[in-house]
Design a binder for this molecule. Structure first.
Ligand code: ZN
Length: 396
């Protein structure tokens, strides 16, 4: 469950009218609380309906609003009794409005609620990125309130049920700044990221800062230029991460695969690796945003995710497990003569680690262990520089 909480401003209806409606609502709920508190046994919802519905309707409350009111009053009394508390006295000015009396337009950041015969339109005063996070999620009620400082507040609980499907296959991802390597047990695919582009904007911003080392802070034009470069860089990372996340999540869902990622949290927060160089800073930022984007999309589409320990994924032989020797980016195994480039080693090891962790649940690992001759051949049909490396190496 996620809750969108935002301050808002009325674009239809006046603050005085809203305050009055919230006050009347609170009084109605309190009245029912007082009644229920006198009873030894709480009435059922059905009984409440019979007792209070007409009464509330006569006060001008809308049909669903009336139901919300007695249900809410009952829930408050119930929980106060269970906690052995005193009779609850409502202090906050707030109203819960369900689907039938509210409209939520997250795209335009507007909420419309009907309280009795009044309509209130509230526009969120919050940054777009925050609101966008909730886009497309199912909501079932809106809580409108006025806080002690007289500000209008809206909160919308959004339900998200994550039920990952039973997986049949795996897709592993090896992420670096330049590209993402994808392995699905059959073929390897490389996708260029836009992170280098984002990095170059940051480098550009830093160059301007150095060039005008004394005045950039005070010159509005230069300052705006620097800010805009950073903003563009950030947007590239966010946009690209979202796009890639959607692509890979949908790809995984089609094949009923789980997505396998290295658990990089440890690396990001490891102080010894926290260098302040632009590349490292951007890498950490990009990894974090990409991981978050993939997780968010996976939850949306019920795609399972497996995190594996990233230790030595690029230095262990995927076939026999001994330490690999590197010649530039080409890795060789002294024991079993396995040869591949660094990206292949990484992504295949990530895949195998996930497979080992779930041995037996999706067939024998040996059946899918990569780098048998046929897998190798299939990989060579992909027209990419890396395969050229393998060919030249094996022929010499
Ligand atoms: Zn080996």
């Amino acid at each position: 469950m996620l809750t969108l909480k935002a301050q808002g401003v009325l674009i239809e209806g006046s603050p005085e009218e809203l305050r009055k409606e919230l006050y009347i609502t609170r009084r109605a709920i309190q009245y029912i609380i007082d009644c229920l508190w006198e009873l030894d046994k709480l009435p059922t919802i059905n009984q409440l309906h019979q007792i209070f519905y007409k009464l509330l309707r006569n006060q001008g409350f809308r049909a669903h609003q009336s139901k919300q009111i007695y249900k809410y009053a009952r829930a408050i009394v119930k929980s106060a009794r269970e906690n052995g508390g005193k009779k609850p006295i409502l202090k906050k000015l707030s109203a819960r409005v369900d689907k039938y009396d509210a409209k939520v337009d997250l795209k335009n950041q507007i909420v419309e609620v009907k309280l009795r015969n009044k309509v209130f339109k509230i526009k969120f005063l919050h940054n777009r990125d925050y609101i966008r996070k909730f886009n497309g999620r199912k909501w079932y009620e809106v809580i409108v309130s006025i806080d002690s400082q007289g500000r209008v507040r809206v909160s919308i609980p959004l339900r998200r049920i994550y039920r990952p499907y039973r997986l049949r296959k795996l897709i592993s991802l090896d992420i670096n700044l330049k590209k993402i390597v994808i392995y699905d047990g059959e073929g390897i695919r490389r996708i260029d990221t836009r992170f280098i582009e984002a990095l170059s904007l940051k480098v550009h911003a830093e160059m301007i800062q150095k060039k005008y080392s004394r005045m950039w802070r005070y010159n509005k034009r230069i300052l705006n230029r620097i800010k805009s470069l950073h903003r563009k860089s950030r947007n590239i990372v966010l946009d690209w991460s979202r796009k890639f996340a959607k692509y890979v999540v949908l790809k995984a869902r089609r094949a009923r695969s789980a997505i396998v990622l290295e658990n990089l949290n440890k690396l990001w927060f490891n102080a010894s690796r926290k260098s302040s160089s632009l590349v490292d800073k951007l890498s950490r930022f990009a990894y974090r945003k990409l991981q978050l984007a993939i997780m968010t999309k996976a939850i949306e589409y019920n795609v399972p995710i497996i995190f594996i320990n990233p230790k030595d994924t690029s230095t262990t032989c995927p076939r026999c497990g001994v330490k690999l020797v590197y010649n530039h980016r080409l890795a060789m195994c002294g024991k079993c003569r396995f040869i591949a480039d660094r990206d292949t080693v990484g992504v295949v090891n990530i895949y195998i680690r996930a497979l080992r962790g779930m041995r037996g649940s999706i067939g024998s690992p040996l059946n899918v262990l990569p780098m048998k001759d046929e897998t190798r051949q299939r990989e060579e049909t992909i027209n990419e520089p890396m395969t050229a490396h393998i060919k030249t190496y094996t022929s010499t």
